[in-house]
Design a protein around this ligand. Structure first.
Ligand code: MF3
Ligand code: CO
Ligand code: CO
Length: 292
């Protein structure tokens, strides 16, 4: 049997599972979009400080997207109005910039309490998630920041979550499966007695924001679709210090941990290559992980 020439494996097509196989030339567009997202996440770092508001941070991000000649993928997405999601402390994801920050310790079990404002306080841990569209390509990434001095257990949570993302990425190569990625993340996180959120997942992307497959952050080795060169997707594990369960607040966006435990998340957009992966959203300044 003849082997298919390597250059052919990137021909544009869709797998039986509905996953787009991009052409080799498409990697350049994803690198450009991803680099812009990462540059914005680099530049916003100095603004994540005690007293700064999430509304101001989002306004800066919106201006940076515009300045770069790109557009925000999230403004207008399902009625969402902001250029970022900013998720503080026990907010798991989809925190709304400018909205009063949900309080970590609620006295009432039924009513989610809110702070008076969207200003960051000493010790807050903050996920900022930005998705841009540049020349039609989507760059989606999020990382953790800290305002002031976080608690030791919060630093540990951030470290483990970042390492979990990287373990997932290291499982990316042709012939491995999406179940291998999920398993790498879940086994690492649970080995550190933390929990992986199962209510949200990563996703295929490219010329669209969300495409097949759902990239689960848990799973069994050898299960789910087989990875092929030319697949583009995000890996974006959310990890909780307590239990995995989440709930969505009355604003219909903000997802929080049910037990009010701290939650962290990191997200990269990546592409599968002939022998592994390329990360599109690597930090040009080497600032992907916060310093404490
Ligand atoms: N960027 C998020 C993701 O990782 C999606 C945000 S959707 C929004 O998929 F509407 F909340 F902005
Ligand atoms: Co995403
Ligand atoms: Co995102």
């Amino acid at each position: 049997m003849m082997e298919r020439p390597v250059t052919d494996t990137h021909k544009g097509r869709t797998t039986k599972d509905g996953i787009r196989i991009h052409e080799a030339a498409d990697f350049a567009g994803m690198h450009a979009a991803g680099r812009l997202t990462a540059t914005i996440l680099d530049k916003i770092a100095e603004h994540v400080t005690v007293g700064q508001t999430t509304g101001q941070i989002d306004a800066l991000i919106e201006a940076m997207v515009e300045e770069a000649g790109a557009t925000s993928a999230t403004i207008g997405y399902k009625g969402y109005k902001h250029a970022s999601c900013i998720s503080v402390n026990h907010v798991v994801c989809h925190g709304i910039p400018g909205a009063p920050i949900p309080k970590l310790k609620s006295v009432s079990r039924d009513l989610e309490k809110r702070r008076d404002s969207d200003a960051l306080e000493d010790g807050d841990i903050v996920n900022i998630d930005v998705t841009v569209v540049l020349d039609g390509w989507f760059g989606d990434s999020s990382r953790m920041y800290v305002a002031g001095r976080p608690a030791k257990r919060a630093e540990r949570l951030i470290d483990i979550t970042h390492e979990a993302l990287m373990k997932g990425i290291e499982a990316v190569k042709p012939g491995n499966t999406f179940g291998d990625i999920g398993h790498a993340i879940q086994s690492f996180v649970e080995g550190h007695r933390m929990s992986v959120v199962t209510d949200f997942c990563g996703h295929g992307l490219g010329r669209v924001f969300h495409a097949p497959p759902n990239v689960l952050h848990y799973g069994k080795p050898g299960t789910k679709s087989v990875l092929e060169p030319g697949m583009f997707f995000t890996i974006e594990p959310m990890v909780n210090l307590g239990r995995a369960e989440t709930k969505t607040l009355a604003d219909d966006w903000t997802a929080v941990t049910r037990d009010k435990s701290l939650s962290a998340q990191f997200e990269h957009s990546i592409g599968v290559t002939e022998n592994g992966y390329e990360i599109f959203t690597l930090s040009p300044a080497g600032k992907f992980h916060p310093t404490y």
